[in-house]
Design a protein around this ligand. Structure first.
Ligand SMILES: [Zn+2]
Length: 168
């Protein structure tokens, strides 16, 4: 990843950089856990620092560098000293999503879920003839997280996220 002086100066990627789930893995700093769920539903491999027990600035930076993840943070100094990071200033998750879109982050709800919103694990489609979990709807595809076992489908939560992203 190349970073121009502009990116370092203001904590944002250089203008014109498109950030997509295919090319960018993300690391979210503390206080951005809610945002992580949205980004995972858009298909991003989005690690939330607190889920991993990472809190100190230098530990966050090391993890971002080790995994080649782009850091999202509300910490101005941390953003300024981490190449390629994105500084978020808003507290509200919808406003944060707006900031990300302005920073060139592709926010399209994945047609087929790739990541578990709860834990960031990879998900598999359940075969149509499998025993569906009791709480799942009778119709439509269901996915299950390989890591935490949570099942999900395109229900009302999915529609809510779609509506939020469409209204940004
Ligand atoms: Zn999971």
């Amino acid at each position: 990843m190349s970073d121009g002086q502009d990116g370092r100066a203001n904590g944002r990627p250089p203008d014109g950089t498109r950030i997509t789930p295919e090319h960018d893995d993300l690391l979210l700093d503390v206080m951005l856990g809610k945002l992580a769920t949205y980004l995972r539903m858009c298909g991003y491999d989005a690690v939330y620092a607190l889920d991993e027990g990472i809190e100190a600035d230098d530990a966050v930076q090391r993890r971002a560098a080790a995994d080649a993840r782009r850091l999202l943070t509300r910490d101005r100094e941390l953003a300024a000293s981490t190449p390629g990071s994105i500084l978020l200033t808003a507290r509200d998750v919808t406003d944060q999503l707006r900031e990300l879109r302005e920073a060139g982050v592709d926010l399209t709800l994945a047609a087929r879920p790739a990541r578990c919103g709860a834990c960031n694990g990879s998900v598999d489609s359940l075969p149509p003839d499998c025993d569906r979990p009791e709480y799942a709807p009778d119709e439509g595809p269901v996915w299950r997280c390989r890591d935490c076992g949570q099942c999900f489908w395109k229900g009302s939560h999915w529609d809510d996220v779609a509506a939020t992203l469409a209204d940004l």
